[in-house]
Write a protein that binds this ligand. Structure first.
Ligand SMILES: NC(=O)c1ccc[n+]([C@@H]2O[C@H](COP(=O)([O-])OP(=O)(O)OC[C@H]3O[C@@H](n4cnc5c(N)ncnc54)[C@H](OP(=O)(O)O)[C@@H]3O)[C@@H](O)[C@H]2O)c1
Length: 245
């Protein structure tokens, strides 16, 4: 599917991978609806492109998501592509004091429950669309095996990748493509101060767009391209590499 001349929604489009996706997609699409919390960053985005439609929304808050998506669907009836990109990564170990119930629910809500809920809130709308539609969910190589730190984050990405496959089954024979994006480590504010040989967010965004254009169900980006082969020949190696990622 070509993502061109569409109206699309992207969560977390103000930073990192989301921002690079906006840079790649805003110039060639009719409208880009962006959800984030920071109003100032949303305004900066609007100053750069005249087809950005900003919505301040906290994805941790179920009622906020519900209200915002309702307004978006009414403001943008042509919406046909949803990119569930926003995510956070908490790094305390389970035995650290900072690991509390709020940090668990907060991460699960933003990374997993919100994308599922946004899919549920938009699905009837997308099915009725007279164009080819798509869900693009941003997962991670850590969906396959976790790293030592960020155990909850890895669990949310495994959950999101698995949910995306289930959603694809449910939408077989409809006008909606469902993609899961398997990212390697990307150079964004989320990974500041850690990791080496990070992919640029611009390159990540370009590969995501190419993957959608080529109708790849699972879009493996950068070094993550080796995952399918390595998982076949040596799952142990993948597990060991990711454990200390
Ligand atoms: N960077 C990597 O190495 C990497 C690797 C694999 C997968 N990923 C995934 O790629 C996606 C993007 O990551 P990134 O590295 O680009 O992150 P980032 O630079 O930290 O950007 C996160 C975006 O999500 C938004 N966001 C965070 N919490 C939110 C909330 N409660 N409500 C609404 N919006 C919220 C942020 O905007 P506000 O703060 O204004 O809300 C921001 O726009 C995430 O799903 C991440 O898990 C990243």
């Amino acid at each position: 599917m070509r993502i061109k001349d569409k109206t699309l929604l992207i969560t977390g489009g103000t930073s990192g991978v989301g921002r690079a996706l906006v840079d790649a997609l805003a110039p060639i699409n009719k409208a880009v609806v962006v959800i984030a919390r920071d109003r100032k960053k949303l305004e900066e985005l609007c100053a750069e492109y005249n087809n950005i439609h900003p919505y301040v929304c906290d994805l941790q808050v179920q009622t906020d998501v519900q209200k915002t998506v309702k307004v978006i669907l009414s403001d943008h009836p042509k919406l046909s592509v949803v990119i569930n990109n926003a995510g956070i990564q908490n790094i305390p170990m389970v035995h650290d004091n900072a690991f509390d119930f709020y940090s668990i629910t907060n991460e699960i809500m933003i990374n997993l429950a919100a994308p599922i809920w946004i899919s549920a809130l938009t699905i009837r709308h997308l099915i009725k669309s007279d164009e080819q539609a798509a869900y693009i969910n941003i997962a991670s190589g850590l969906a396959y095996y976790p790293k030592k730190q960020a155990a909850v984050y890895c669990a949310t990405k495994a959950g999101l990748h698995n949910f995306t496959t289930g959603l694809r089954y449910q939408l077989e024979d409809t006008n909606i493509n469902v993609h899961s994006v398997i990212l390697p480590i990307v150079d964004t504010p989320m990974t500041t101060g850690r990791g080496r040989d990070k992919l640029s967010s611009r390159e990540a965004a370009q590969q995501i767009v190419r993957g959608v254009q080529r109708n790849r169900q699972n879009i493996y980006v950068g070094k993550a391209k080796w995952l399918p082969l390595l998982l076949r020949i040596s799952p142990w190696l993948v597990k060991t590499i990711l454990k200390n990622a």
